[in-house]
Design a protein. Structure first.
Lengths: 405, 139
């Protein structure tokens, strides 16, 4: 009798332990080290029915089906991931179920670097978004109610889960694939370093200095979307609006809408910029397009005007000047440095390339934040002596080549 | 004694003449030109004046480039910045401008000057001067 009770007890204990372990495995883990209770961003992401979120979930559906078809043995950590994907696939909304399974875009951005970058704290005010409380007849409501959660720091910063990192990677890869021209690809390394510098890939940041992932400003938005107002790069957004590329699908409706009415940056419509669905899609689309705009409409023509065209073909020169244009001095700063260093074909380009980072506070800041990201990646505290001494980046690491291809 | 005084005077005057104009000198000159043109009705007369100002800036920069072939001094880069601000004006406004051309020129001056700066950041003095020229040419 006592042996039966012993076995029953053991059986129940094993079951309970299993259930507990399963629950723990499914509980969201804050990868960025922020407080577990700061779940508003994740809730908003999970509730979002915006095209970018749906496209991501649809790509998971494909992944999940591929996994289900696989007869191989799944190891423990992979099994957890599989369970997460599977449960997500099962909980797909009818909208996703209707969507065709789409393969994820080609991978350009490294996930490990992304996780480390997302552990950084930009420190400016952050907002999460909710659906408006009053429901309307609108069949496709948007998350338009912005709620300030405070500074995007350790205390108030929003929890970022494994799945949100996957989503961010999907969003970045999609925007890159959609906007980068095949005959002159954008420099993914510069884009990674820019987003890392501006916000640490935190799409919830909004303040007077800029909005969303790439910290856009009104003048930059006008340049891309407002032809009537003098915008010089609206054709890039037009190209997205009419693109047949699969990767452009989550951005098309935003491109079409923004070309009709230039989106305004104001606290009244912060969610148009910082919501995890359309907000992230908008800022990613415009920030990536901005890189292309500055490079192709300003930097390359200016370099062509200074020599026989060879300088404009030098990717390193083009990329660093494009990065300099993101700084406080804007494009003019890059033009002034071209003049200061007599940037023409006769110059010693290597010497000039070594001097340019010293001259641009923005490039210095970008490199410092990138170093910070590497320290986090190697479990060193940013700003600590250890981080400063031990973490000497190799030229390859410094270029960003290990974080984006 | 007299030849030494003469030589000194010659050297002094040569050096004084060689001293290039600074940004502030050009801004003052530009403001003066605009003031003179305030009542001017002929568009082409206004255009000629801004083009001549641009030419003067170019000559100053070219002289500095010759004097400093390796690296441009700060004074030159400041003057160059003014030329950069005026460039969209004379590039976009080549004949009596349409309202769209005026908007385009105004946006480009602002965008190149502070496209990435926080909203409501004031334009640099040279971009402000370029915008004032757009107002004049578009009036």
């Amino acid at each position: 009798m006592s042996r039966a009770i012993y076995f029953a007890f053991t059986y129940i204990s094993i079951c309970l332990w299993g259930a507990l372990a399963a629950a723990q495995a499914n509980a969201p883990v804050c990868l960025n080290g922020n407080l577990d209770q700061n779940q508003k961003l994740i809730e908003s992401f999970e509730q979002s029915g915006d095209p970018l979120v749906l496209a991501f979930k649809s790509s998971l559906k494909g992944q999940s089906q591929d996994n289900a078809a696989c007869a191989c043995t799944i190891s423990s950590p992979a099994s957890n991931q599989f369970n997460q994907l599977d449960s997500l696939a099962q909980a797909l909304t009818p909208q996703i179920a209707k969507m065709n399974i789409s393969p994820p875009p080609p991978s350009k951005f490294n996930r490990e670097c992304l996780v480390a970058a997302m552990k950084r704290h930009p420190g400016q005010a952050g907002y999460t978004c909710e659906y408006p409380k009053k429901t309307t007849k609108n069949e496709n409501p948007k998350q338009t109610t912005a709620i300030k959660y405070g500074k995007a720091d350790e205390k108030n910063g929003q929890c970022v889960t494994n799945q949100y990192v996957d989503y961010m990677k999907f969003a970045l890869d999609s925007a890159y694939d959609c906007i980068s021209p095949s005959n002159g690809p954008l420099d993914a390394r510069s884009l990674f370093k820019k987003f890392n510098n501006e916000t640490g890939f935190n799409n919830t940041v909004a303040w007077k200095g800029g909005i969303g992932l790439g910290q856009l400003t009104t003048l930059a938005v006008r340049e891309l979307t407002d032809k009537q107002g003098g915008g010089n790069c609206t054709d890039i957004i037009k190209e997205i609006a009419s693109s047949d590329k699969k990767s452009c699908a989550p951005f098309k409706h935003i491109a079409q809408k923004d070309l009709k009415n230039m989106p305004v940056i104001s606290p009244k419509n912060y969610c148009a910029w910082v919501s995890p669905g359309d907000g992230l899609a908008r800022t990613l689309m415009l920030s990536t397009a901005y890189n292309r705009c500055v490079r192709d409409r300003y930097i390359i023509p200016a370099l062509k005007g200074r020599g026989d065209g060879e300088l404009a073909k030098n990717q390193d020169v083009v990329n660093i000047l494009t990065t300099i244009s993101y700084g406080r001095g804007s494009i003019k700063e890059a033009f002034k440095l071209m003049q200061k260093f007599r940037l023409n074909n006769a110059n010693d380009i290597k010497k000039v390339m070594a001097s340019l980072p010293e001259e641009s506070p923005y490039v210095r800041e970008t490199n410092n934040k990138f170093h910070e990201m590497y320290c986090i990646k190697k479990n060193l505290i940013p700003g600590s002596k250890e981080c400063d001494k031990k973490m000497k980046l190799t030229p390859e690491e410094e270029s960003g080549a290990l974080c984006a291809q | 004694m007299r030849p030494i005084v003469m030589l000194g005077l010659f050297l002094f005057s040569t050096l004084a003449l060689a001293e290039p104009k600074h940004l502030n000198d050009f801004i003052k000159e530009s403001q003066k030109l605009r003031k003179e043109l305030a009542q001017e009705k002929s568009f082409s007369n206004k255009l000629i004046k801004i083009q001549s100002l641009e030419k003067e800036l170019k000559v100053t920069i070219e002289a500095s480039e010759k004097a400093h072939p390796e690296k441009g001094p700060d004074a030159e880069i400041k003057v160059y910045s003014f030329m950069l601000s005026l460039k969209p004006v004379t590039e976009i406004i080549t004949k009596k401008p349409t309202p769209d051309e005026c908007k385009k020129a105004r946006h480009r001056v602002s965008f190149e000057d502070l496209g990435t700066s926080p909203d409501n950041t004031p334009l640099s003095p040279e971009a402000q001067e370029a915008t004032a020229w757009i107002d004049l040419l578009c009036s």
